[in-house]
Design a protein around this ligand. Structure first.
Ligand code: CUA
Length: 341
């Protein structure tokens, strides 16, 4: 980061520097034109003041050159603002492929976070610096908003869907986490801290957590809910085989296709009849009310772990075994199974 031009002490995240530089540009343009306009007002007020009670102003004609100049310059400036702002917006809305994944569930009135390695936190988030972190977020009740001012990161967290954001912390420290959407009585108490740590400190912190990845937790849930009774890998003809599903394109009964992403899997668990896979009957019961949003994302991670990384062969006839080898993919964040971005 050292060679980068900075107007301020080192920022807490990579996006923070981008956002601030854009903001300084807005500020500089605003100050310049404020001074120019007010200066002109005072100058003209004095220069063209009425000098006698019955003085009549001379007729003036529009200067075409002047009109063009003061149209083209603001147009150019606003286009710079638009292009610059849009490029930051696009950067902020596209997590890098190597980002580590963290799941966030907001509820009245707390933040619940899960790491791929199995660590779970409430109102605290530990992350390593110099590594992009992607958040996949949903809410159990109403709209919340995940806001870390030092990272210049704010993203709505909406019930019934997954929203994502990402950031890359650049400086170790403790940063405020807020809920930035009024969500009821204790909205103001829905706060916490993000701890950005040196990579080795983060590794130590992770090692102090529970054993068993998030995909393992999902595998246990898969067992507890007896999903495996029907979703077997040896095709029994009643339920789709889940191996390799994540990230693939699924053909639906009645025509059409859908990409098997997080939202599709969540919908298939909570509202199985919404999209029925081609060649299958709508037999699956809903799990609405039997599983929390945290459980749903664990199941998603388990199902992701059944999709091999590109280039790996799929064992079509093997048993659907929880954890062990495929889940190891979930244990190394940054190597998420492909196709989920
Ligand atoms: Cu959650 Cu405000």
């Amino acid at each position: 980061m050292g060679t980068q031009l900075r107007f301020m002490p080192e920022q807490a995240s990579t996006i923070a520097a981008d956002v601030d530089h854009l903001l300084y540009f807005f500020l500089a343009v605003s100050i310049f034109f404020t001074l120019l306009i007010f200066g002109a007002i005072f100058y003209f007020a004095i220069r063209y003041r009425r000098r006698s009670p019955n003085e009549l102003p001379a007729a003036e004609h529009t200067g075409l050159a002047l009109e063009i100049v003061w149209s083209v310059i603001p147009f150019g400036l606003t286009m710079i603002m638009f292009g610059w702002g849009a490029s930051i917006f696009f950067k902020e809305s596209r997590p890098p492929d190597n980002a580590m994944q963290i799941y966030v569930v907001g509820k009245q009135w707390m933040w619940k976070l899960q790491h791929m390695e199995g660590q779970r936190e409430i109102n605290e988030l530990h992350i390593p610096i110099n590594r992009p972190v992607r958040l996949t977020m949903t809410s159990e009740d109403v709209i919340h908003s995940f806001f870390v001012p030092d990272f210049r990161t704010k993203q709505d967290v909406v019930p019934g869907r997954y929203t994502t954001t990402w950031f890359e912390a650049t400086k170790p420290g403790k940063y405020h986490l807020f809920c930035a959407e009024y969500c009821g009585t204790k909205h103001s108490g829905m706060i916490g801290w993000v701890y950005a740590m040196e990579p080795q400190d983060y590794a130590e912190w992770l090692a102090g957590g529970p054993t068993g990845s998030m995909a393992d937790a999902g595998a246990r849930l898969f067992d507890d809910l007896a999903c495996g009774n029907c979703h077997k890998t040896d095709t029994n003809g009643r339920c789709p085989n889940l191996v390799g599903v994540f990230g693939s394109t699924v053909r639906l009964a009645g025509g059409g296709t859908v990409r098997a992403d997080e939202a599709y899997i969540r919908e298939s668990i909570l509202d199985p009849d919404a999209k029925v896979v081609e060649g299958y009957q709508p037999l699956m019961p809903t799990f609405q009310g039997q599983i929390t949003e945290e459980g749903v994302v664990q199941l998603i991670e388990y199902i992701k772990s059944l999709s091999p990384k590109p280039g790996t062969l799929i064992q079509q006839n093997g048993p659907l075994v929880p954890s062990s080898e495929p889940a190891a993919a979930g244990a190394s964040p940054g190597q998420l199974p492909s196709g989920n971005q």
